[in-house]
Structures are given as structure tokens and as C-alpha cells.
Design a protein around this ligand. Sequence first.
Ligand SMILES: Cc1cc2nc3c(=O)[nH]c(=O)nc-3n(C[C@H](O)[C@H](O)[C@H](O)COP(=O)(O)OP(=O)(O)OC[C@H]3O[C@@H](n4cnc5c(N)ncnc54)[C@H](O)[C@@H]3O)c2cc1C
Length: 426
Amino acid sequence: MSIVIIGGGWSGLAAAITLCQQDHSVHLLESAKQLGGRARNVEWQNKTIDNGQHLMIGAYHHMLAMMELIGIDINKSFQRYPIDITINDTEYQPLHLSAKGWLPWPFSLAWNLANSAGLSGLKQVANLQSNIPKLLKNKDISVSDWLLHTKQSERLIKQLWEPLCLATLNTPIDQASAHLLATVLQDSLGQNKSFADLLVPRQPLGDLFPRQAVRYIEQHGGKISLQTRVKQLLIKQKKIQAVITQDGETITAEHIIVATSPTQSADLTSPHLNIDTPAEYPICTIYLQYPFDTRLSSPMLGLTGTLSQWIFDRSKQHPGLMAVVISGPGEHEAMSKNELIQQVCKEIHQQLPSLPETADHSLVIREKRATFACTVNIEKMRPNSQTNISGLWLAGDFVANSYPATLEGAIRNGESCAKLLALSLA
Ligand SMILES: Cc1cc2nc3c(=O)[nH]c(=O)nc-3n(C[C@H](O)[C@H](O)[C@H](O)COP(=O)(O)OP(=O)(O)OC[C@H]3O[C@@H](n4cnc5c(N)ncnc54)[C@H](O)[C@@H]3O)c2cc1C
């Protein structure tokens, strides 16, 4: 039985691992020179860094289980921190989303929130949280409408909900799906304390999962071809036959999993499938190399009222390295790299005067199509893994799963697609 997987991002790799584990023979085709897709290694100044800062949390159960399956030691590969996020604003006092203290979860979170946002802030958050079941039963609305409906203050909107929405859905609150944000809040903050833990990889993303995945897939008889772009799917009488690569090679296959981004999947499968293509939004990461002894007091810090949204301390991997993240669309897209670096350095220095006014070296990485936009009713647009073409399957983070574009969603979809395919062969 020949199975071809198109795309060597985290989803395609998860599909390949799942099929190899069940003794199926797979051939994974990746157009780029390296695996990892939107979560890959980049070389810069003799350092291996990520194409963009990623945040993983304890609620990423499928990702962690997949890593364990292929022999990754989770404790060695990640530093795990109980949630402890401070969000500094240009106007308001810092706000703390933290589990620190002697109180048990979730009281510790409530206590720290009440201390920084007042009792009324805590009440508003509780009001929003208790509204989640009702919200999910009704039709989707925008996050802004939900915040209005649950009477959130200007301060909480600016300093808590806007940054959380951008960080998790990469979509501005007036467009973002309240259903999706509610699901994320429920799965991360509404459960066990460990689900909200921040997981910071000790190595670059490409070494963390893709490299280990290759070892597992090849040891289990799978094949991986890099720099192999699929140009066309060969489909006859509603049944998959083969793929044709850009070099003109025909690779026959009885089953094909397309594990690419939504627009790439729509292009590849057209006109046989009619995949709705969502808007795709950018994420910009600005790496700033400061003197080696530069540190933040916590792994990450949120900033509001500024262009910079989050600053991550990467000095455990590369001394003095900070990563500043700007999610979603915005005025920064029209700025030149130099303008962006200058503005971000200025903001960081104003908020954290212990950091120098300028960085020694800097790098701007703009991922223009970082994630699909998680807009209102997006769930209705997302396709299922199984298609009406025999032997054609879909994976990738966009396939329906009630999660935004995340590594967890990508792995979950790769795994579940492979399991459905395997079941069809049984
Ligand atoms: C800057 C940035 C920051 C992010 N931050 C976070 C975060 O903090 N937390 C989080 O969980 N997620 C985050 N994400 C999202 C996460 O990276 C993605 O959801 C995930 O990587 C998607 O994986 P995928 O396998 O579905 O798709 P992709 O990674 O897009 O993989 C698709 C692969 O298919 C290949 N391909 C495309 N067309 C073809 C073709 N015709 N033939 C062969 N190969 C092809 C591509 O080269 C690519 O390697 C971020 C993404 C970016 C870009």
C-alpha cells in the first residue's frame, strides 16, 4: 500500500509517524530544503534560532504525547514554568496572570489578578468565564462583542483580552471568533494548573521535533524527500492515482495526505475539492542581541500600548538574545526593518530601562502567512480530513478541530488523519 504525504511541517510529520507506528509504508514529500514548515530552524550569526518565537503550553497534550512516542524526553527538552506573566502597559499599572504564591490553583491566579486589576477586575474575568458555556451554545460572535456583552473594562480589554486574543488566535478582537478564544481559555486556564504551564524548548524548533521525527520515520521504513514540490494531483474517476512533482516525476500512490497550509491545500486540490481559503495573518519576530549578561526577570513579558506585544528572554539558549513578537496585521507591516528595530528597541528600553537603548545585532523575520485568521464562524469553513475523493485526505492545522492555528492543532490533525486512513485499510 503506497501512501504519500505532501508537506513536512509538524502536521505531515505527525501523520507520517502515526502511519509508520502502524507499519504502513510512507513517502513524505517536502518542497523546502528542510522540514518544519512554519516552525523551523533559521541560521543567524552562527546561531540556530527559530523562524518565529513559539509559545507552547502544558495543554498541548497531543504534541507532548507524539514527542514521547518518538523518544523525546519531555523533561530534558523543555523548561516548564508555572504561568507567571506580567503585562506592562504605557498607561496602567502592570497586570499579573500568575499562579505564584501559596494559594492552590485557581485561587492563586485569582489572587494575583485581584492584586493587580482590583476586585472589580477579578469579577469581570469571572463573569466572562462563567459565560463560556452559554456562549458556546449560541452562534459565534466577535471577541469584541463578547467582551462588551460580559462588561469588560477598557483596561482589561487593552491589557488582558486584546494581547491574549492576538497571542492565541493571531486575529484582532473585532474580527476574532469568541468561540475559539473561549475554547482556548477553557483548555488552558479553566482546567488543571499544569495545563497553563509555559513550555520553553531548550533547543531550536527544528531540532526539537522535526529532526527526531525523521529518525523515527526512517527507522520505521518511511522515506522523506526534501526539495520535492508537488505540482499536481492525478485523480481519475474520483480516485487518487499519483502526484506529479515540479521536476516532472510521477509518484503513484493509493492514498495521499495533503498536509500543507490552507491556501496551499486549496491550490493543490482544486478543482477536485472546494476548500474555503481563510485570510492568513502575519507574525513578526524581531531578534535583538544584547550584551551576553542581559536578562529579563521572567521568561516572557507582555507589553501593551506599544507596537511590541511580547518580549521573550532567549538567553538560556543564546546569552543576551531577546525575541520581540508582533502578532496579527497592523501598522508595523508598512515599516522598514530599520524603522521597526529602532521603534522596538526604544519601547523595550522605556519599559525596561535596564536593557540597553540599542541592540548589538538584530534580525527581523516576517512570516506573512503565519496562521489562518480565526475570524467569526471560522469553524464552519474548516474541512474534515476525509474527502469525497477516494484516497485523498487532508491534514494541516486548518482541518477542523476547534483549535486555532497551533502546533497542537497541527499535530492533532496529522495524527487523527493518519488514524482515519489506517482504519480505512483495516
Ligand atoms: C512566526 C510564527 C509564530 C507562531 N507561534 C505559534 C505559537 O506560539 N504557538 C503555536 O502553537 N503555534 C504557533 N504558530 C503556528 C504553528 O507554527 C503552525 O500552526 C504549525 O506550524 C502549522 O503546521 P502545519 O504542518 O499544519 O503547516 P506548515 O508548517 O505550513 O507545513 C506545511 C509544509 O508543506 C510544505 N509544502 C507546501 N506546499 C507543498 C507542495 N506543493 N509540495 C511539497 N511540500 C509543500 C511547506 O513547505 C511546509 O513545510 C506560529 C507560526 C508562525 C509562523
